[in-house]
Design a protein around this ligand. Structure first.
Ligand code: K1U
Ligand code: ZN
Length: 171
């Protein structure tokens, strides 16, 4: 398993729309393992393939707490098929926007249809942090970032800060 470099704002790669996965094969499962390794190293609780520069509809999540055994979950071609009307607010972060956090309102409960690493179709009803995390990661597959859910003023300030930092970084 390999730790891959993370794509950081304002890299336009993050705005790409990822393409559906056509085959669950050894190469795809290796990519999922590399994503998990990269997420654990960061550390984070989720990661979409586009965050390591691969525009495929694949995400990984692990919500195990410190001291608990890892609980890696792989979602291939995930799709939200039901969302609750009840909202939930959570202070989100993003490995592609390091050290910036903001409150985002999303549906509190979602049902996500997806293909698992077994190649079979599954449906998961998620609430709490899993619901928030899955919606955040599915947004990534559509080129949407959590800063797109905050005020325009705050978003522009964050983009400006990261653009300045990227220009100052030696190549
Ligand atoms: O997609 C990502 O950039 C990963 C992101 C997922 C996420 C976090 C919070 C709400 C929604 C989605 C992260 O993992 S940010 C880092 C983080 O939240 C964390 C890191 C270490 C321990 C616990 C949480
Ligand atoms: Zn993110």
């Amino acid at each position: 398993m390999t730790i891959k470099p993370l794509i950081i704002l304002p890299d336009p790669i993050l705005r790409q729309i990822s393409a559906p996965v056509e085959r669950v094969d050894a190469e795809l499962l290796r990519l999922a393992d590399d994503m998990l390794e990269t997420m654990y190293d960061a550390p984070g609780i989720g990661l979409a393939a586009i965050q390591i520069g691969v525009a495929r509809r694949l995400l990984v999540v692990d919500l195990a707490r410190e001291g608990e055994d890892n609980n890696p979950q792989v979602f291939i071609n995930p799709e939200i098929v039901r969302s609750s009307d009840t909202p939930s607010v959570y202070e989100e972060g993003c490995l592609s926007i390091p050290e910036y956090y903001a409150e985002v309102e999303r549906p509190a409960v979602v049902t996500v249809k997806h293909i698992g690493r077994d190649g079979k179709e599954h449906e998961v009803e998620a609430d709490g942090l899993l619901a928030t995390c899955l919606q955040h990661e599915i947004d990534h597959l559509n080129g949407v970032l959590f800063i797109d859910h905050i005020s325009r003023l705050k978003r522009e300030m964050v983009i400006k800060k990261f653009t300045k930092a990227a220009k100052a970084k030696p190549v």
